[in-house]
Write a protein that binds this ligand. Structure first.
Ligand code: SF4
Ligand code: MG
Length: 325
């Protein structure tokens, strides 16, 4: 819960920037302003759910969600609305998240007009400038989503998110459905916008290759829990958790990185009925008797590096990093 998250924040040092969002029982992630936090896991591991909780779309089932240090459950309506606008999500399939019967000008311009961020008479110019900013021709603002390509629709989704002046953008597999070349363009756009607008990203993906490319910090989820989190450099140089080590071994080369990683031995158990103890134990090459009995807690293993594995309690066995190579 919160204890671990607080310790995590402390472990990261006093001079960290303002924490934007922070949360979820048993998950314990804290995202700091201006960073890209890459959240990785196989499909069905709960990372989309976590993204929705962090975006304020779903309430946390237990535990707390803190927004700028305050519990979201106790926010006033006005503050909650502010958070809802400040956190925007971009989904995998813009076709299903964009109303097909609305023109681009309304898709992008409606929310800022309704929330009083722009006056009715200025919506047209506002939308045009946003379209330009994301690389779309404003001349097309009266068109419908189906009249654009997949990559262009994703840009419409980005412009729509930007229209309400967000602080945190939750990208849920936002580039996964795009061709590799388009993927790179959209990622570059995300990174440019981050610089210009001081945006923070939670970048949810099954694609460790993409996450490696863009993240300042990384979290790995397995069946609803974060099992390891660390600064990106440390994470890739010295992974601790056996699941992470297995994922890194499976990290495809750049040329075929669209391949999903699944070849870790064994089936992924249902997240609704996870195995007892460490949920990874049926697939873990280093599992011990304690692993099926006790849930390992997320504990610090190095500076700003946390892992949930019983091996860390056994100095003689030590963590997995020596098996990474
Ligand atoms: Fe493997 Fe046990 Fe560590 Fe889980 S706690 S990752 S089963 S060694
Ligand atoms: Mg998902």
């Amino acid at each position: 819960g919160l204890d671990v998250a607080e310790k995590l924040a402390r472990a990261l040092g006093a001079n960290i920037r303002e924490e934007v969002v922070h949360a979820v029982e048993g998950v314990d992630i804290a995202i700091r302003q201006g960073e890209v936090f890459g959240l990785v896991g196989e499909s069905g591991c709960g990372k989309s759910t976590l993204g929705r909780v962090l975006a304020g779309i779903l309430p946390p089932t237990d535990g707390e969600l803190l927004w700028r240090g305050r519990d979201v459950a106790g926010l006033s309506r006005a503050d909650r609305l502010e958070m809802r606008l400040a956190v925007q999500m971009i989904f995998q399939d813009p076709m299903s998240s964009l109303n097909p019967r609305k023109r681009v000008i309304d898709l992008i311009g409606e929310a800022p007009r309704v929330h009083g961020l722009v006056r009715a008479g200025e919506v047209d110019d506002y939308v045009a400038s946003l379209m330009q900013r994301v690389g779309l021709d404003p001349a097309y603002r009266r068109r419908y989503p189906h009249q654009f390509s997949g990559g262009q629709r994703q840009r419409i989704g980005i412009a729509r998110a930007l229209a309400v002046r967000p602080k945190l953008i939750v990208c849920d597999e936002s580039v996964s459905a795009l061709d590799v070349s388009i993927q790179a363009q959209v990622i570059n756009l995300f990174m440019d916008l981050r610089e210009e607008l001081d945006l923070t990203y939670l970048f949810i993906s099954h694609d460790l290759g993409v996450v490696k490319h863009i993240s300042d910090r990384v979290g790995i989820m397995y069946l609803g829990r974060v099992v390891e989190t660390a600064g990106a450099d440390d994470f890739f140089a010295a992974p601790n958790h056996p699941y992470t080590v297995a994922l890194l071994k499976e990290l495809p080369s750049v040329k075929d990185r669209r391949r999903d990683f699944t070849p870790i031995r064994g089936e992924i158990p249902s997240p609704l009925d996870p195995p007892p103890g460490c949920a990874f134990h049926p697939r873990c090459p280093r599992a011990m008797p304690v692993c099926s009995a006790d849930l390992p807690a997320l504990k610090p293993v190095a500076a700003a590096h946390w892992s949930a594995c019983h091996l860390n309690d056994m100095p003689a066995l030590r963590p997995a990093s020596e098996t990474a190579a």
